[in-house]
Design a protein around this ligand. Structure first.
Ligand SMILES: CCCCCCCCCCC/C=C/C(=O)SCCNC(=O)CCNC(=O)[C@H](O)C(C)(C)COP(=O)(O)OP(=O)(O)OC[C@H]1O[C@@H](n2cnc3c(N)ncnc32)[C@H](O)[C@@H]1OP(=O)(O)O
Ligand SMILES: NC(=O)C1=CN([C@@H]2O[C@H](COP(=O)(O)OP(=O)(O)OC[C@H]3O[C@@H](n4cnc5c(N)ncnc54)[C@H](OP(=O)(O)O)[C@@H]3O)[C@@H](O)[C@H]2O)C=CC1
Length: 283
């Protein structure tokens, strides 16, 4: 197994001896975060539901990475994920709550089950992982950092109102947990991410993808490694001083702008289509 290439921007050994758990660490932004954390010296445990995806990422990162399969929406799985990290390494310094998502849909077309599915993943799953990490690892150790990754809801996500509400809830939980767990030596911060160039964007309708980079004032999408840098910064001693903060990384674009319905997204009847269902095998 190879050792990770050193970080391009952080001092060697910044996170030496630390152990990080990254949910959704097999793909996209989670993979970028895990890669940079390893480059800074951390041991990283990446979690998700698909073993083959996790194994491929762990092989890319090298000996610093290990995998644990599980669904953060399931209490037993979530506990096993945290316990596996602890059993493997004897400590857990950083939890990156990165697993999350939603589907693109006009607000009035969201079924109750869809609303609940998005909350179950983004709010309940994030809460469960944070509470387990605190109870089982961080409070007993008297220290730890939790980084919650959200899809920035700061302009209101008109085509993803379920996620808009869920991500705002996570940002509010971040501030509340930072206060609640400060006496335990635990810092809690959030990253409000804008549009990043990951495979996940492939699922959005073609007109969305085609136009999206041009709408960012920076004139480009965020790069996953830039997100990884921010996660590593928040894992550093500076992150502890930033507890309770939401850091926005969005190229000055956020995730929404303009009127509803968005002119580029309406079909011939003036309606905005709902994202296609994912094939059952990937759910
Ligand atoms: C002018 C401005 C334009 C801006 C445009 C911006 C758009 C680009 C944004 C780019 C930013 C990127 C953001 C990202 O977050 S990228 C990462 C994305 N990754 C994911 O979203 C992956 C994870 N997502 C999911 O797993 C699912 O979306 C979900 C959260 C729903 C999964 O939950 P679950 O597995 O429990 O869900 P089910 O599939 O079982 O469905 C449960 C119910 O949910 C409803 N549903 C789900 N999908 C759809 C759909 N496509 N259409 C309609 N309804 C849906 C439905 O009610 C399901 O119940 P039923 O099965 O009974 O029908
Ligand atoms: N790409 C972008 O532009 C942006 C993304 N974000 C957010 O950043 C995070 C990562 O996004 P990105 O990498 O792009 O997208 P991905 O869809 O690639 O990442 C989602 C990850 O979470 C895992 N996951 C999903 N559901 C669960 C679950 N129930 N239990 C455990 N793991 C789960 C997935 O793996 P598996 O399916 O194997 O479980 C996958 O690795 C998400 O929260 C996303 O909403 C925010 C802003 C912009």
């Amino acid at each position: 197994m190879s050792t990770p290439a050193p970080s391009r921007i952080f001092a060697p050994g910044l996170l030496d001896g630390q152990v990080a758990l990254v949910t959704g660490g097999g793909t996209g932004l989670g993979r970028a975060a895990a890669t940079e954390l390893a480059a800074c010296g951390a041991q990283v445990v990446i979690a998700g539901r698909r073993a083959e995806v996790l194994e491929a990422t762990a092989a890319r990162i090298g000996a610093a990475a290990s995998v644990v399969c599980g669904d953060i929406r399931d209490e037993d799985d979530a506990r096993r994920i945290v316990d596996t990290a602890l059993e493997h390494h004897g400590r857990l310094d950083l939890l990156v709550n990165n697993a999350g998502g939603q589907y693109f849909v006009p607000a009035e077309a969201i079924a109750t089950r869809g609303w609940q599915a998005v909350f179950r993943l983004n709010v309940d799953g994030t809460t469960r992982m944070a509470e387990l990490a605190v109870e089982r690892a961080m409070r007993p150790a008297g220290r730890g950092t939790i980084v919650n990754v959200t899809l920035s809801p700061h302009h209101g996500l008109a085509g993803m109102t379920h996620s808009s509400a869920a991500r705002a809830a996570v940002e509010s939980l971040t501030a509340a947990w930072a206060r609640q767990w400060a006496a335990d030596g635990i810092a809690v911060v959030a990253i409000a991410a804008g549009h990043f160039q990951t495979d996940a964007l492939d699922k959005y309708p073609e007109p969305v993808r085609a136009g999206v980079a041009r709408t960012v004032p920076l004139q480009r999408l965020g790069q996953p490694h830039e997100h990884g840098w921010l996660v590593a910064l928040l894992a550093s001693p500076l992150g502890r001083a930033m507890s309770g903060t939401v850091v926005t990384l969005d190229g000055a674009r956020d995730n929404w702008f303009g009127p509803w319905p968005p002119p580029t997204l309406t079909d011939g009847d003036g309606d905005v289509p709902t994202e296609e269902r994912r094939p059952a095998a990937t759910r």
